[in-house]
Design a protein. Sequence first.
Length: 129
Amino acid sequence: MQVRNADRVGRVVRGYCLLLGIGLFGEGALLLLLQWLTPYVGDVRHNLLHVAWGAVILALVTTDRSQLRATQVALVFGVFYTALAILGVITTDPFGLQLGPGENTFHFIVGPLALVLGAWSAMSLNRAT
């Protein structure tokens, strides 16, 4: 029973990572394209960060489909984006990124959710062994 539960948890975490990767890459790439084609004013660094994270996440979870890999990706992403969310609230332009309330809200959603899912997956892996 525990192995089946671990499989289900692994699918959820991997699915979340795939959704994150596709979403971040797509959103960042679209905004970079808009910045190139129009006088759209935006934060190129922040959009590049989303493209980079999206590409890395997709590369990691598609080249290794294991629950362990998805767990690691979720935890690392979660730590980074939760820290970015906190820094976005307590400082101005962390790492030179122009973060407003919308960006901080997004980071406060995806970062902690990745941490929770990553921790859940790690616990299910420990129970399955």
